[in-house]
Design a protein around this ligand. Structure first.
Ligand SMILES: NC(=O)c1ccc[n+]([C@@H]2O[C@H](COP(=O)([O-])OP(=O)(O)OC[C@H]3O[C@@H](n4cnc5c(N)ncnc54)[C@H](O)[C@@H]3O)[C@@H](O)[C@H]2O)c1
Ligand SMILES: [Zn+2]
Length: 375
């Protein structure tokens, strides 16, 4: 039996890690600041009474010292996420918070024996592609605003200009551009490199788009599954950026939680980074169709030629590295969404918060509009 700390343990992924740790008989402590708007109504009902709960902040030394005291394992999930207008918050929480955690662990008499850190596929900036013209794989840079303002959504080969086809993205190269992506890459580097320097075995997992029961239904800045669901359930069409043909790798939350427990137990994973995704692309429009079908609503959308600067066009994981450790995705998106739909049906007072946040996101330019559509 181990004693584990789960930072962000009230959230989507953290709470499922908590459940899996308790199920195997570990002792669990949670550090979570119940940040808003994620936890608009306070501590969620799924935080189990068997877990010790510390209401505290990753950015606060005393809170972190109390949380880390006496633990064998750390699953670091707490983070600021998504496309919020703030910039500095990402770095304070994700980069500085992680650095503070390693500084404290370095100075402890009894250090944790393993730390697993949540990174993100966002670090790639753009997915990996194949150019049939050049017969070569490519890791293109993210599309610049000029291309997006012109409404040219697809990726073109930097050498020959041909349209490229997406292929699974491996862990080889990163190109983080958005504040969130930069902060997560900083977090990952701090974790792996401080872990190595301080002799604290550390692993970073780059999750694909994770969804499932307990994804906040209050946060308009992140969580496509809940954002689209709360729109559909309020008879409002989801707002789709670009043309909806962009693809993502949707991975079910319990599979992600299981990857955390798996790498925690394997020494060969130490100081390495792993993609955690299904390897299967799903377009945003297809995702909406699936949800609308489950809610018996029309799959109508609003498309205004808007885009989010720095956003990836196509990205799905090459998961062969973590498969070699014995991990497999077990829940396909159709089944995962059925489970999500059953869960959201049990939630009270499902409102749309996206409508209100839209103006703010446009003012802060995290959402912009193609010029042809702006008339
Ligand atoms: N959900 C995804 O699609 C996805 C994809 C890639 C990476 N990730 C990463 O996975 C991790 C977990 O994400 P999630 O989807 O469960 O998000 P979530 O928002 O549901 O959970 C994050 C939790 O962290 C807590 N938190 C935020 N700031 C904190 C702070 N300063 N101090 C203490 N607690 C704080 C929140 O209250 C929340 O409970 C994050 O590190 C995120 O960057 C998520
Ligand atoms: Zn080419």
């Amino acid at each position: 039996m181990a004693k584990a700390l789960v930072t962000g343990g009230a959230g989507l992924i953290g709470s499922h890690i908590v459940d899996q740790l308790l199920a195997r008989g570990d002792e669990v402590r949670i550090l979570d600041n119940l940040s808003k708007p994620t936890h608009l109504l306070g501590k969620p009902s799924w935080v189990p009474p068997q877990a010790e709960f510390i209401l505290g902040d990753m950015r606060n030394r005393k809170d972190l010292e109390a949380a880390l005291d006496g633990v064998d394992l750390v699953f670091h999930q707490a983070a600021a996420g998504g496309f919020m207008p703030e910039v500095a918050t990402y770095f304070h929480t994700n980069a500085v918070g992680t650095a503070l955690m390693f500084e404290i662990m370095r100075d402890m008499c009894r250090r944790p024996r393993k730390v697993v850190v949540a990174s993100s596929q966002a670090v790639y900036g753009e997915g990996k592609y194949f150019c049939d013209g050049c017969r070569q794989p490519r890791y293109p840079t993210p599309r610049l605003d000029d291309q997006l303002l012109a409404g040219q959504w697809e990726m073109q080969c930097p050498a020959c200009g041909a349209k490229m086809r997406p292929i699974p993205t491996d862990e080889a190269r990163v190109d983080p551009r958005t504040p969130y992506a930069m902060s997560k890459y900083a977090e990952e580097m701090i974790a792996i490199n401080c872990g190595r320097a301080f002799d604290i075995p550390t692993v970073a997992l780059r999750y694909s788009v994770t969804y499932g029961p307990r994804q906040s239904i209050f946060n308009p800045y992140t969580g496509i599954c809940s954002i689209f669901s709360t729109r559909l359930l309020n008879d409002l069409p989801p707002v789709v950026y670009e043309d909806g043909q962009q693809t993502r790798d949707f991975v079910y939350v319990e599979d992600v939680a299981r990857a955390n427990l798996l790498v925690a137990d394997q020494d060969q994973a130490n100081y390495r980074v792993y993609n955690v995704g299904t390897g299967r692309p799903t377009s945003v429009l297809r995702f909406i169709e699936l949800l609308a079908g489950l809610y018996h609503k029309p799959a109508r959308t609003i498309q205004r030629g808007e885009f989010r600067p720095g956003e990836v066009r196509h990205l799905f994981a090459d998961n062969s590295r973590i498969r070699a450790l014995g991990w497999r995705p077990t829940v396909p998106v159709e089944e995962g969404l059925r489970r999500y739909a059953a869960w959201i049906a049990s939630q009270k007072d499902i409102r749309d918060y996206f409508g209100e946040a839209e103006a703010l996101m446009k003012r802060a330019q995290v959402v912009r509009q193609a010029q042809w559509a702006a008339v």
